[in-house]
Design a protein around this ligand. Structure first.
Ligand code: KIV
Ligand code: ZN
Length: 497
């Protein structure tokens, strides 16, 4: 192990993908995994195989598709989970089983109705069991952030003696203060016998906005692996954002630590993940937000024009942000689209590229400039292909001094239906018309519209969350027409019921 190196463990496809509405299919996961490999991550956590056939399959397929990074599969400290994970990892060139159990008193008492000694025994048993299958076993002490340090040190010492090669210290609830989390890692370094035989890993959540600060505190106190996601996506407020930790280490050379990340691939991958997972990146997000390098105040602009380093600590090119991103118009050819998509890390089959090119031409007829986000959206937009409910046509009229009205024609399993309705706006009227046809109680809980780039001719993306019979479903739509995009998102939800 190189002690000046911080190993990057990416969990976008496991902890990140657990976010409701962000689920990817296996083909999309392979696309992200290959891009992570090109980025230079050390470990890809590909899924939790026992949790679903989809997760199992993704671990199998990513293991086949990826060469260099270690492929990791999550389990509970349960033999069945470990058997299934080992089976899913059978094609991995380097496979790792990530097993563990909650160690805080809250988890021990309420989740497991157990006691510290029993949990310690289960942890050791799980590591020994996983060792039968793979050499590389990572142990996680869930809720380590709120676990008593003395007990945590006993657990860590015992699992290392049982063969754990990596010990993961998650701040599962994002509760710790950076000083506290850094001190926890230092305590383990100072008190655990055999700690030199394992890599200490951080896994921080962002509930109080401290995930990156806690990860850095862990690294500065001896952790040499950090578990992160692209754009910081993850449960609740998310996980530590990979791009932030990587760029902190790159910018602060005095720390003397490095990663294997090719930082110029960060921005394209950020866009790819955002597009595929339908998860917008907030404009002021550090490193990859739209405004991260936009200087708008007069004083800042003046300084930047005199010398960029007055207000810019990172060269945008270092994260792969180039100023030539607006290159496509209706006259651009097939090859230009392919080139731009590949620069953004998206490789499509010839057949899929043809389909995306036709969509691109249709969009280019409606919009003067096609931005990276537009083509990423088109490249990920084949989800409607196998839909059971399809919209044939839609007409909505609205304006000042008139009642909005819409009529719609849909095809459900080959049968045609038509309806018309009014509403408080064109979207409401269109959805009311559709509701007359589907005759189901589907409530919209969340509805967000976001422009893809800029201009009145822009494409918009609609994210919707609906509820039906107590269950929640997510849908996505995109179009230059906000009513069409909204109906597309609603129909996407209906197709999942
Ligand atoms: O946040 C957490 O504790 C986790 C573990 C399962 C590693 O995601
Ligand atoms: Zn987590």
């Amino acid at each position: 192990m190189d002690n000046n190196r911080v190993y990057i463990f990416d969990t976008t496809l496991r902890d990140g993908e657990q976010v409701p509405g962000c689920q990817l299919n296996t083909v999309e996961k392979i696309q992200v995994a290959k891009a992570l490999e090109t980025l230079g991550v050390d470990v890809i956590e590909a899924g939790f195989p026992v949790s679903s056939p989809g997760d199992y399959n993704s671990v199998v397929e990513i293991s086949k598709a990826v060469t260099w990074p270690t492929i990791c599969a999550l389990t509970r400290a349960v033999e069945k989970d470990i058997d299934v994970a080992a089976e899913a990892l059978r094609h991995a060139k380097r496979g790792r089983i990530h097993t563990g159990i909650g160690t805080s008193d809250l988890h021990i008492r309420y989740k497991f109705k157990s006691n510290r000694e029993e949990i310690l025994e289960r942890a050791v048993r799980a590591v020994k069991y996983a060792k039968k299958y793979v050499e590389d076993v990572e142990f996680y002490a869930e809720d380590a952030g709120r676990t008593d340090n003395e007990y945590l040190a006993r657990v860590v010492e015992a699992v290392i003696a049982a063969g754990a090669t990596v010990v993961n210290i998650p701040d599962t609830t994002g509760y710790c203060l950076p000083e506290e989390f850094g001190a926890k890692i230092k305590y383990l370094c100072d008190h655990v016998k055999g700690i030199e035989h394992a890599v200490i890993s951080t896994h921080c959540h962002n509930d109080l906005g401290m995930a990156t600060a806690n990860t850095m505190a862990g690294i500065l106190n001896g952790a040499r692996q950090c578990e992160v996601t692209i754009n910081g996506i993850g449960e609740r407020a998310g996980n530590t954002a990979m791009e932030e930790v990587v760029m902190i280490l790159k910018s602060h050379k005095e720390i003397g630590l490095d990663t294997n990340i090719n930082t110029q691939r960060i921005y394209p991958l950020s866009r790819m993940v955002s597009g595929l997972m339908n998860m917008p990146v907030q404009p002021n997000k550090a490193i990859v937000g739209k405004n991260a390098f936009a200087h708008s105040s007069g004083i800042h602009q003046d300084g930047v024009l005199k010398n960029v380093s007055t207000y810019e600590i990172i060269d945008p090119k270092d994260i792969g942000l180039d100023n030539n991103s607006i290159v496509l118009t209706a006259r651009s050819g097939h090859a230009a689209l392919k080139f731009r998509l590949e620069a953004l890390g998206v490789k499509l089959s010839d057949e899929r590229l043809d389909a995306v090119y036709q969509e691109f031409l249709r969009l280019a007829d409606k919009k003067k400039e096609i931005h990276d986000d537009d083509i990423l959206m088109l490249a990920g937009a084949d989800r409607a292909e196998n839909h059971h409910i399809k919209v044939d046509w839609l007409q909505a009229t609205s304006g000042i001094g008139m009642k909005p009205v819409a009529s719609i024609g849909v095809e459900i399993a080959g049968e045609k239906f038509e309806a018309a309705a009014t509403g408080n706006g064109p979207v409401d009227a269109s959805i009311n018309a559709l509701r007359q046809i589907i005759k189901r109680q589907v409530t919209i809980n969340e509805y967000t519209i976001q422009g893809v780039s800029k201009g009145a001719d822009d494409c918009c993306k609609v994210h919707m969350q609906v509820e039906h019979e107590g269950r929640v479903y997510y849908g996505f739509g995109a179009s230059t027409d906000i009513v069409s995009a909204s109906i597309e998102a609603y129909v996407d939800c209906l197709n999942k019921l």
